[in-house]
Write a protein that binds this ligand. Sequence first.
Ligand SMILES: O=C(CO)COP(=O)(O)O
Length: 256
Amino acid sequence: MSYLVAANWKMNKTVGETLEYLDLFLPSVKDLTKIEIMIAPPFTALSSASVRLDAARKEGEYNVKLGAQNMYYEEKGAFTGEVSPLMLSELEVDYVIIGHSERRHKFGEKDSLINKKVISAVEHGIRPILCVGETLEEREQGKTLSVVERQIRNGLAGVERDMIYIDIAYEPVWAIGTGVNATPEQAQEVHRFIRSLINEISKGNDGKTRILYGGSVNEKNARELIKEKNIDGFLVGTASLDPERFYKIITEVMEV
Ligand SMILES: O=C(CO)COP(=O)(O)O
């Protein structure tokens, strides 16, 4: 699998700002097909971004995919404020971020709900990126690996056979938006553990499930992190909001 460098814009950028960003960013990644790039704007900008990406693909080679930051697991119904997999598929959304730590900790999402979303995404042909990661308190109590194991086993229950259609993002909560990234050694320890867990759950996976790192990734630390054997890409928040910084991260990954 090629590296994946993904932008999670969170609750940032209007439609106008999204199009402005893409106008600046897309020319810089034309013909750059060695690694996969994903951009996850807010729901309101998905439609415009999808049209803009389509237009770009008609003009040249782009390996830029569209992602959503969340979705509900039902196709339709009385779920006020939610967005369904059918709605995302219509917009040709390729990826969906599921179980981000902000969804878990600010909106109370539990493993059981996250699991339903992962299953639904796979059923609808949208590649989920399941996010896992421990809080600072859990790390200090030595619970990092057990928390990650629980989140992965519960999040993936029932889709073990489909794991080649799923990616994982390890995002330690204490590293998100703090400017303090996990060191390459800290990340590698958890990524190695996740890799062995995937190989146990999904026989013959053979690296088809990527393990991304997320948490204060920037243009300065990207290279040393991506050199680690089990880091297959990044999920980038803050530094992805600026097209030049995001592009620099991409170039750092390309050079490894
Ligand atoms: O949560 C993240 C990506 O999903 C990481 O955010 P930051 O890059 O801002 O730390």
